[in-house]
Design a protein around this ligand. Structure first.
Ligand SMILES: *[C@@H]1O[C@H](CO)[C@@H](O)[C@H](O)[C@H]1NC(C)=O
Ligand SMILES: *[C@@H]1O[C@H](CO)[C@@H](O)[C@H](O)[C@H]1NC(C)=O
Ligand SMILES: *[C@@H]1O[C@H](CO)[C@@H](O)[C@H](O)[C@H]1NC(C)=O
Length: 246
């Protein structure tokens, strides 16, 4: 009796684990079905993004916009009160996407509250949205939550979103995750879009992209190429019997 009771309990436990595992579906970013949103990456707001070093923040913001170019994604840009202290959209982004719809909001904090912005996103016909903004907790999170509620699959590029401090960023990212929004890095967004180095865009397009926006990866590739073309052995001998005793 005791045995069979415990057996039933275990069976129920493993069945529920199975259900939990099979309930997950991995919805990958599909470059054919995604729109990229640039949200309030404004010169004034940039001063408030302090959860990341400023140089890295700028590279990540520009990389976010550049993904639209590399993958030829529809891009929609928006700003909040850009004639006031929030300031204009960072100029490099405007130059990168001169023909993209650019909605200047005059009051709405959540971009989804603006009818022109909604119309611009809807006009793309895409069902997945990649977005980033300043600040993470307001501009990114409010819009991400509204998009999710409207039925979109939402991918928040956390590297290109900034806010006052790490705690605020974590709280905002937790809030989005709780709503089923995927929060991921710029590197993850880029490679999920690419999927395979043999695709187009693939190695020839993405290596220069990383060289510009993710220099640790670019330098790794440069070092590899230098060694391959004209390298000499460093002197490090990885044969085990030459290692220092541990
Ligand atoms: C996107 O569309 C192209 C051309 O139709 C196709 O070859 C490719 O597999 C599609 N990519 C994805 C991720 O579905
Ligand atoms: C190859 O490396 C040597 C030094 O290790 C250097 O003198 C030479 O100029 C390099 N050649 C090229 C083509 O870079
Ligand atoms: C590494 O050390 C081993 C053992 O001393 C030696 O046999 C081998 O030739 C060395 N390899 C290189 C690349 O220097």
């Amino acid at each position: 009796m005791q045995f069979s009771k415990s057996f039933v309990c275990h069976a129920v436990y493993f069945f529920s684990l199975f259900l939990a595992a099979s309930a997950f579906t991995y919805e990958r970013i599909d470059k054919n079905n995604t729109v990229l949103l640039v949200v309030d990456h404004q010169e004034g707001l940039y001063q408030m993004a302090r959860d990341m070093p400023a140089v890295e923040m700028k590279a990540n913001i520009l990389a976010h916009a550049a993904l639209g170019k590399v993958f030829n994604l529809p891009v929609v840009m928006t700003t909040s009160a850009d004639t006031g202290p929030n300031g204009p959209l960072i100029e490099e982004i405007v130059k990168m996407h001169p023909d993209a719809p650019f909605i200047h909001r005059h009051g709405e904090v959540d971009a989804w509250d603006n009818a022109d912005f909604r119309a611009a996103v809807e006009a793309t016909g895409k069902k997945q949205v990649i977005l980033a903004g300043i600040t993470t907790d307001v501009c990114t999170a409010f819009l991400a939550l509204s998009l999710k509620a409207a039925g979109y699959s939402v991918y928040a590029n956390s590297d290109a979103s900034g806010t006052f401090d790490i705690k605020t960023a974590q709280d905002a990212n937790d809030r989005m995750r709780a709503a089923g929004i995927q929060v991921l890095s710029m590197f993850a967004v880029a490679l999920e879009l690419m999927r395979d180095w043999r695709n187009t865009p693939g190695t020839p397009e993405m290596m220069p992209f990383f060289d510009q926006y993710l220099p640790e990866y670019g330098m790794l590739a440069r070092g590899h190429d230098a060694a391959f073309l004209n390298g000499t052995i460093s002197g490090l001998n990885t044969t085990l019997d030459t290692q220092y005793p541990v």
